[in-house]
Design a protein around this ligand. Structure first.
Ligand code: ARG
Length: 582
């Protein structure tokens, strides 16, 4: 469906042309004075300069040419604005089309296009911590948004599964159980199918090993083990596979709990086979140049405001690094998926890394010029005191703990307020807690830091997830009392609150499009907050179920049902869902 702004802009352009002026002056914007009008056109002011006459004359001449049926008000006002209010008929027709169009008339802009979203960023063998919350939920929301616009979306978790942490675990395991067959270089048989550790043991082994990094002897062993693993030593590959199996199962469970799902569970290790040929090619073509024993790709560009250091491809000891893996991963993605876009969601402290990698990829021709590369560098989630989030003993908080804290907090409210029967407490609690957590995060501009505030995020009033959920639940309960509502048509607005609600409904597609284009799920939040506000205002000012005129009543029901469907679709894009009761 065409957006309202586009429809009335083209009508306005036609009116300018009909009145004898250049059509390009007919741009319409949403009014910045909603008390005076809904839409406005300031084109007459600019046209006045070109046509050397008073802007108000032009505005009046153009206003004459507009079709009266589309507007309840057309006003040419001094010095030369054209102010507009949409007619009831226009709104009714437009909303009815939204109601019946599928996806509420949001255009499938991405049809035939593929976008890879690299998010999550979990590291194998390390439990998810609080720093993994934002990439998971921002990435998931962006993926769902792309999908809604018809893109083919591929979410790839891009596991950190190939680095030093693997060598640390192998070295630690060797110290604890040197008798295991994995460490016997002469062992020819089959390795045990069962891992030599459980997930909780692994979660103890890794931090213990990591704490020993300062010990030069241990550190050397860990580096050596990493090197041999990457060279393909059989026993180490077998341990690695055990670590992967145990850890990935646990990661999947945790991401599932967050309602975050990846199409691909590839990792840094999967990029490894592409590295030798890629590096050889870059060396041969002079894309990579020697520098102090290493190989680097110079990526500084004219006009850089800050120094952009060369991208290191191969370190002086011959090993590859984070950037090498990211470049090789692009080779794999281009080969297998031919994406039109690759979108990365990580902490903003990785901004420079991605700038370097993107430039290197373009320079080396790994991606063709039309492939779009974007990095969303998000800000930090701090504690409610504005300081970095730490556990009481100063450690990093586990994501599971954060989620269970929020869940406990919400459960207490659900139980205390006797919201649902005992058997529905858990499901209701989980849905509200997810809404609180995700909306609390996503309602902030991704690049900004924000403070995690459990009480504020979980409040049922204000700009919160639970407030949105509450609004949905309220409408659902009215609809349930009414009876079948699915095929009721939209009617003309019956009162000012209805009109306001209808205008808000029409802004769904534009809000989503802005969110998509500027990678800003917060714009979806801002939109549904406004929409929920209009719903609640309408609810308070209108007797809905009590209305005696059945026809009128069915129009009210059709309108709130449409608003509910839009709210539910929106929270689904944000990655949470509404309970039945609240
Ligand atoms: N595992 C990385 C980390 O913990 C994040 C990976 C992000 N994605 C990427 N393609 N570099 O920082």
């Amino acid at each position: 469906m065409e957006k309202i702004l586009d429809i009335i802009t083209s009508k306005m352009q036609q009116a300018f042309a009909d009145a004898g002026f250049d059509a390009s002056f007919g741009r319409v914007t949403v009014s910045n004075r909603p008390d005076l009008c809904e839409y406005q056109c300031n084109g007459a002011l600019a046209a006045a300069k070109q046509y050397k006459c008073a802007p108000i004359q032009i505005a009046r001449a153009v206003a004459e040419k507009l079709a009266a049926a589309d507007y309840s008000m057309i006003e040419a006002v001094m010095p030369g604005f054209i102010n507009l209010k949409l007619s009831d008929h226009f709104l009714q027709t437009y909303l009815e089309e939204m109601r019946t169009a599928g996806s509420f008339g949001v255009p499938k802009l991405g049809r035939g296009k593929t976008v890879v979203i690299d998010y999550g960023g979990a590291n194998v063998a390390k439990p998810l911590h609080i720093g993994h919350l934002r990439p998971a939920i921002i990435g998931e929301a962006m993926k769902r948004l792309y999908k809604f616009f018809g893109y083919n979306t591929i979410g790839d978790v891009h596991l950190g599964d190939w680095g030093l942490q693997m060598g640390l675990i192998i070295a630690e395991l060797h110290e604890r159980q040197p008798e295991l067959p994995y460490f016997d270089p002469d062992f020819q048989g089959e390795y045990p199918a069962e891992a030599p550790f459980t997930i909780s043991q692994l979660e103890e082994i890794y931090p213990t090993a990591s704490a020993k990094k300062a010990d030069p002897d241990f550190s050397r062993k860990a580096h050596q083990a990493t090197f041999e693993l990457q060279q393909g030593r059989r026993g180490y590959r077998a341990i690695w596979q055990h670590i992967m199996n145990v850890s990935v199962a646990d990661l999947k469970k945790n991401y599932d709990n967050l309602n975050v799902h990846f199409e691909q569970w590839l990792g840094e290790s999967d990029a490894d086979p592409y590295i030798p040929a890629m590096v050889a090619d870059m060396k041969a073509r002079g894309i990579a140049v020697p520098s102090e024993g290493a190989w680097v790709i110079p990526v500084a560009q004219e006009g850089d405001k800050k120094e952009v250091p060369p991208c290191i491809l191969v370190k002086s000891d011959g090993s590859s690094i984070y950037a090498t893996t990211d470049l090789a991963t692009m080779v794999q993605r281009m080969r297998d998926w031919h994406p039109d876009k690759m979108l990365y969601v990580t902490d903003k402290r990785q901004n420079l890394h991605f700038e370097q990698v993107f430039r290197a990829a373009r320079k080396a021709g790994i991606v063709t010029p039309e492939v779009e590369l974007e990095h969303i560098g998000f800000g930090t989630m701090n504690g409610s005191d504005g300081k970095p989030f730490k556990t009481r003993d100063g450690g990093v908080l586990r994501l599971e703990t954060l989620i269970s804290d929020m869940t406990d907090f919400v459960r207490a409210k659900v139980v205390e307020n006797q919201i649902v029967s005992a058997d529905a407490v858990e499901d209701t609690t989980r849905k509200i807690a997810m809404g609180a957590l995700k909306y609390g995060d996503l309602s902030n501009q991704p690049t900004k830091d924000y403070n995690f505030d459990m009480e504020r995020f979980a409040a049922f009033e204000g700009n919160t997830g639970p407030y949105i959920l509450y609004t949905i639940v309220r409408i659902k309960s009215i609809l349930a009392k009414y009876g079948p509502w699915e095929s009721l048509p939209i009617q003309a607005p019956a009162n000012p609150a209805a009109k306001e609600l209808m205008l808000s409904v029409t802004k769904f597609a534009p809000a989503l499009e802005s969110a998509l284009r500027s990678s800003a799920p917060n714009l979806v939040c801002a939109y549904i907050y406004e929409l929920a506000g209009c719903v609640n205002k309408f609810y308070h000012e209108t007797r809905i179920l009590g209305e005696e005129d059945e026809h009128l009543k069915s129009g009210y029901i059709a309108l709130i049902a449409l608003a509910k469907n839009i709210l539910e679709t929106s929270i689904n894009l944000l990655g949470f869902e509404a309970p039945e009761k609240m």
